[in-house]
Design a protein around this ligand. Sequence first.
Ligand code: NAD
Ligand code: UDP
Length: 311
Amino acid sequence: MKRVLITGGAGFLGSHLCERLLNDGHEVLCLDNYFTGAKSNIYHLLENKNFELIRHDIVEPFYAEVDEIYNLACPASPIHYQSNPIKTMKTSFYGAMNMLGLAKRTNAKILQASTSEVYGDPNVHPQKENYWGNVNPIGIRSCYDEGKRAAETLFFDFHRQNQVRIKIIRIFNTYGPRMNPEDGRVVSNFIVQALRGEDITIYGDGTQTRSFQYVDNLVEAMVRMMNTSEDVTGPINTGNPDEFTMLELAQKVIELTESKSKLIFMPLPSDDPQQRKPDISLAKEKLEGWYPDVNLESGLIKTIDYFKSII
Ligand code: NAD
Ligand code: UDP
């Protein structure tokens, strides 16, 4: 049994990870400031004697004795991370600094939830870990992209300077139950709009692409990454390489919800990446044959069922 700290544990991904690690028999400390997460995501875990909930902002130092840290605290949806960009930078950088300090003191292993956004609007396709990216350092997405890039730098500096045991994964667009219906990401927006019979909002002409990973596949990759041998630091991409345009995604959601919603076209936000698809050969090699086996249709069906139950 390990004592595991999950920052951002009351968020979409964090809540699934808390559940998984409790099921594996570990003690879980779930830390969150509820900026985009919600207690309702983890209510069902409160009865578990191995679960502990802590309200804390990772911009401030935190002290506890832990064996492993999963650092997920950071708003992930563009509307939220852009609503207070200075805070987003602080969370990414000071949050990483504080958690790395804790890992150093306690000799804990620490995993960073990095992102495909470190590749920016990529001009290499699909994206491999050795691609350095094409990121605008002064645009509206920069607080998130550059914040996550700086966090990766800090992870490697703590590793080289203080021998902290680090694990970095670069997560590509992930979806599933417990996404916040108001958080503005494309999968939740389209499903909620389709279920409510509202217009489906396509930004730009809808030809931009993303590759969507179902949450269970990501959680499995995270746990396997934490358990890799010490020489495996990452970064390692985790995502589903099946690539879709936003028009294809909208069509699929309409079909699966049997919705009468119509598509409407809205301006494309600035610096919106045109294409994104992970090369996952490194993940397959290092994570014991891990493979994202949930395809878009079956993942969407489960996600639609969830949104039907809450809206
Ligand atoms: P989310 O917004 O649901 O979860 C983030 C959680 O962090 C929330 O519970 C929020 O309240 C908490 N938080 C934010 N700032 C905090 C702070 N300063 N102190 C303490 N808690 C704070 O988003 P998510 O999709 O679950 O993303 C989790 C992590 O995974 C994020 O770091 C995100 O960058 C990363 N990620 C997610 C995706 C994805 O597609 N879902 C893709 C790439 C990376
Ligand atoms: N998008 C869209 N309609 C929406 C929300 C998003 O067309 O209602 C587009 C967005 O412009 C982007 C893609 O969907 O091209 C994915 O957006 P999301 O915010 O989910 O993730 P990210 O851009 O961070 O990959």
